[in-house]
Ligand binder design. Structure first.
Ligand code: NAD
Length: 357
C-alpha cells in the first residue's frame, strides 16, 4: 500500500493539509486506491516537540514513505532562534537528504480567476505553464564562496557551477514533463555571457536527442523575464538553473494572482517527491479558517501524476477544483468584492463533494 507522509508544519499548514487528507481519503473510496497517510511534525511544530525542525522520526518517515505532502513551515515565534534550528532549515534538510533536485512549479490560471491577476485577462486567462527548476546545484551551492578582505576593500563572491551529470538529470526531468504535456520545452540560460550556461545549453541539446517529439527552444534569462510578462501563454515547459528558476517561478506565480492556488513538487531521480503549496505559513490568517486549501489539494494532484503515475486520480482532483471554482465557491484570497466567502473546511468539502469516480 503506498504511504504518503503528511508533514503539516506551522501556521495554516495543518489547516490546508487536513483538507488534502480528506481528498486522499475520498480517492481511496472512489478508486479503491489504498493510499495510507502518516503524520509527523516539521518546522516550528517539530522544534517545540523535539527541539529540532527536522527530527529523526520525521526524516525517517520522509525517507520511507512513497511521497511527502508538506504544509508550510515558519512563523514569528521562531524568528529569533539559532539559524540552524529555524523551521525553514527543515525544508533545506529534506531537499538535500532526499536529493530532490527537480523542482516543478506550474503556473495555472483558471479562467474563472482571470480577474485576480494584475495582467490583462486576455494575456493570462487559461495560462498553463510548468517551470522545471534545478534545485540542488548552481550558484546557491557552488564554491568557492566568501566575503573577504580588509574593511572598506572587501570582496564578495559566489560560484555558479554545474557538472554534466547535474544538467543531464534535470534536462531528462524536464523533457519527461514536456512529453506529458504539449511537448514544447524552452531552456533558459545566459549562454551569451556565462561558460556554465554554454555547457548547460550543449548538454540540454544532447539530452534532447532522446526526445525527438519534443520541440526544444532556448532563451536568455533577461528575454525570458520579459516574455513571461508580455506573452506568458507562448510557453509550455521551461527548464532552468537554480537561481534563474527562483526568479522566473516567483514572477510566473504572480501572473496567476493568488498564491493560495499554486502547488509545487520537488522530485528525485526516481520520481519520489515532496509536494507542497508555494505559499508559506501565513501567520496573519492562521487558525482563523481563512486559508485557501486549493494549492495543497492541487499538490496532491501533482503527486498522483508524478510519483504514482495515476492520471485518473490526478485528473479527478483537477476536475473537482475546476468545478468548485466554476460554481463560484471562493475563499477570501480569490473572492471578488461582494462575493460570498467560504472557510478552509467549506472549500475542502466543496472539492470532496465534486470528486467523482
Ligand atoms: P506567506 O505565503 O505565508 O503569506 C503571504 C500572504 O499571502 C499573507 O498575506 C497570507 O495571508 C497570504 N496567503 C498565503 N497562503 C495563503 C492561503 N493558502 N490562503 C489565503 N491566503 C494566503 O508568506 P510570508 O508572509 O512571507 O511568510 C510567512 C512565514 O512562512 C515565514 O515564516 C516564512 O519564512 C514562511 N514561508 C514558508 C514557506 C514554506 O514552508 N515552503 C514558503 C514561504 C514562506
Amino acid at each position: 500500500m503506498p504511504t504518503i507522509a503528511i508533514l503539516p508544519g506551522d501556521g495554516i499548514g495543518p489547516e490546508v493539509t487536513d483538507q488534502a487528507v480528506r481528498v486522499i481519503e475520498k480517492l481511496n473510496e472512489l478508486f479503491d486506491a489504498q493510499f495510507t497517510t502518516e503524520l509527523q511534525p516539521v518546522g516550528g511544530a517539530a522544534y517545540e516537540m523535539h527541539g529540532h525542525p527536522l527530527p529523526e522520526s520525521t526524516l525517517s518517515l520522509a525517507k520511507s514513505a512513497d511521497a511527502i505532502l508538506l504544509g508550510a513551515v515558519g512563523g514569528p515565534k521562531w524568528e529569533a532562534i539559532d539559524r540552524q534550528l529555524r523551521p525553514e532549515k527543515a525544508l533545506l534538510g529534506l531537499r538535500s537528504e532526499l536529493d530532490l533536485f527537480s523542482n516543478l512549479r506550474p503556473a495555472i490560471l483558471f479562467p474563472e480567476l482571470a480577474d485576480a491577476s494584475t495582467l490583462k485577462p486576455e494575456v493570462v486567462s487559461g495560462l498553463d505553464i510548468m517551470i522545471v527548476r534545478e534545485l540542488t546545484g548552481g550558484i546557491y551551492f557552488g564554491g568557492p564562496r566568501a566575503i573577504e578582505g580588509e574593511a572598506g576593500n572587501r570582496k564578495g563572491y559566489n560560484t555558479m557551477v554545474y557538472t554534466e551529470p547535474e544538467i543531464e538529470r534535470i534536462a531528462h526531468s524536464a523533457f519527461r514533463m514536456a512529453m506529458q504535456r504539449d511537448k514544447r520545452l524552452c531552456s533558459v540560460d545566459k549562454a551569451n555571457v556565462l561558460e556554465v550556461s554554454e555547457l548547460w545549453r550543449e548538454v540540454v541539446i544532447e539530452v534532447g536527442k532522446s526526445y525527438p517529439e519534443v520541440e526544444l527552444s532556448h532563451m536568455y534569462i533577461d528575454n525570458a523575464c520579459m516574455q513571461l510578462v508580455r506573452a506568458p501563454k507562448q510557453f509550455d515547459v521551461i527548464v532552468t538553473t537554480n537561481m534563474f528558476g527562483d526568479i522566473l517561478s516567483d514572477a510566473a506565480s504572480m501572473l496567476t494572482g493568488s498564491i493560495g492556488m499554486l502547488p509545487s513538487a520537488s522530485l528525485d531521480s526516481n520520481g519520489k517527491g515532496m509536494y507542497e503549496p508555494v505559499h508559506g505559513s501565513a501567520p496573519d490568517i492562521a487558525g482563523q479558517g481563512k486559508a485557501n486549501p486549493l494549492a495543497t489539494i492541487l499538490s496532491v494532484a501533482m503527486m498522483m501524476r508524478s510519483t504514482f503515475a495515476n492520471e485518473q486520480c490526478a485528473a479527478a482532483i483537477e476536475a473537482a477544483v475546476k468545478q468548485t471554482l466554476a460554481d463560484g465557491i471562493r475563499t477570501g484570497d480569490i473572492a471578488a468584492s461582494g462575493e460570498k466567502i467560504v472557510s478552509t473546511v467549506e472549500m475542502g468539502s466543496a472539492v470532496v463533494e465534486r470528486l467523482i469516480g
